[in-house]
Design a protein around this ligand. Structure first.
Ligand SMILES: Cc1ncc(COP(=O)(O)O)c(C=O)c1O
Length: 403
């Protein structure tokens, strides 16, 4: 990249689906309506919000274009197709066969999460969070009168991990903890809990009478040898687990507003749905539904390329930081396009992301926003072109040295 307004060399549109997907037209991204690219001003490179910059696959765009062509923006009947499309996606990618009749289409993942959490934990009851964890989850309890309860992840030589023995101690000590809210895979650490850990969590949910809300919005972006195991595919999960997902992270569709809450048990579904006034949860938008159905039915090959591309970016970032900024500690994330950087040795003070915004003109997220364990960390989004990623690294490296 030659400057903040430049177009990547690979950005010219080709007639067919491009072989490489990491083409980013930086000039177009800098629209004032694009939150990621406009939040911090024209000289800042954005690596903050969890949104990648890649062009969506053609079938997604064609599905929306067909609706525009027909000027068909009225009420729609496509909700069942969203659940069917996800069913096919889950079957072919994860060998999991969710029942489309038990799914509920919602407007976004956080709506599905909040609806489930507040249905299953009453006011004053506890919601278990796994810090450092997706910062927006922390907003649910204070505004709804629920109590946040912490099950902190453990940092170790291979990255951050959940230890179910710790969860057992947490729920034994606090019988009022009614819901465990998981980011699975985990934002921001990139941890992917394995089958044994997940199975133990389900066992504990039965033994200690709590429910699990599993936000699986990052589930497609998992790098082997890590394996994504959908929570609801586990034995005994149906009565205890609600999964929320959407194609928004994989396909960069967050502005389109369409997500899915998935249940394995009709009674649990009824409990969550009936806990809220029927009109409060609204309906997904027509465009969101069109895009989601197309993504989940026709986006598999593109998603495979995305994962390959992101893995290459992850490894490139890790290699460059190891060589050029060895004071930074990075465990290669097993999933997501988010890197969780320990910058404690870089002398950046107690607000390292603010310092890096000021000095490097790169926007990251402050680790402390993710709760306990976030001190001395920043979260960096590497879901962009190689050229932009290299410029982000070029700008950061001089500021990430031991003092
Ligand atoms: C774990 C997780 N859940 C939910 C969301 C937001 O999804 P939505 O915009 O569909 O509510 C994000 C976005 O970063 C996320 O990382």
């Amino acid at each position: 990249m030659t400057g903040p307004g430049a177009v990547d060399p690979g950005a010219e549109a080709g007639p067919a689906e491009p072989a490489r997907i990491d083409r980013v037209d930086v000039g177009a991204k800098r629209s004032p309506h694009n939150a990621k690219w406009s939040e911090y001003g024209p000289d800042v490179l954005p690596a903050w919000v969890a949104e990648h910059d890649f062009r969506q696959p053609d079938p997604v765009i064609e599905a929306m274009a067909a609706t525009i062509e027909r000027r068909e923006f009225g009420y729609h009947r496509r909700d069942p197709e969203v659940a069917e499309a996800f069913g096919g996606w889950a079957r072919s990618r994860y060998g999991w066969d969710p029942d489309p009749d038990l799914a509920v289409v919602c407007v976004d993942a956080l709506q599905g999460v909040t609806a489930a959490v507040t249905a299953l934990a009453a006011e004053g009851q506890g919601v278990i969070l796994t810090p450092p964890v997706y910062h927006i989850f922390w907003r649910i309890c204070p505004t709804s009168g629920r109590r946040p309860v912490e099950w902190p992840m453990r940092p170790g030589p291979d990255g951050w991990r959940l230890d179910p023995d710790d969860l057992e101690a947490v729920v034994a000590a606090d019988p009022g903890a009614r819901v465990l809210l998981l980011s699975h895979p985990q934002n921001p650490t990139g941890n992917v809990a394995g089958r044994d850990t997940l199975a133990r969590i389900v066992e504990l949910a039965h033994a200690h009478d709590f429910h699990i809300v599993s936000d699986e919005i990052h589930g497609d972006m998992v790098y082997s040898p890590a394996e994504f195991v959908p929570m609801l595919s586990l034995d005994g999960a149906a009565e205890r687990v609600i999964t929320v997902t959407s194609p928004a992270k994989t396909f960069a569709l967050s502005g389109l507003r369409c997500a899915l809450s998935i249940f394995g048990d009709p009674e649990l579904r009824r409990r969550v749905v009936e806990a809220h006034p029927p009109l409060l949860l609204g309906h997904a938008s027509r465009m969101g539904v069109d895009a989601s159905v197309a993504a989940w039915t026709e986006g598999a090959a593109w998603a495979d390329r995305l994962v390959d591309q992101l893995r290459a970016h992850r490894d490139h970032l890790a290699r460059r930081l190891a060589a050029e900024a060895p004071a930074v500690r990075l465990h290669r994330p097993e999933s997501t396009f988010l890197a969780w950087l320990d910058v404690s040795a870089c002398g950046l003070g107690d607000r390292p992301a603010a310092a890096l915004l000021e000095r490097a003109r790169v926007a990251l997220v402050e680790g402390t926003e993710f709760g306990t364990g976030g001190e001395d960390h920043v979260r960096l989004n590497f879901g962009t072109s190689k050229a932009v990623l290299d410029e982000i690294i070029d700008r950061l490296v001089p500021c990430l040295q031991a003092p």
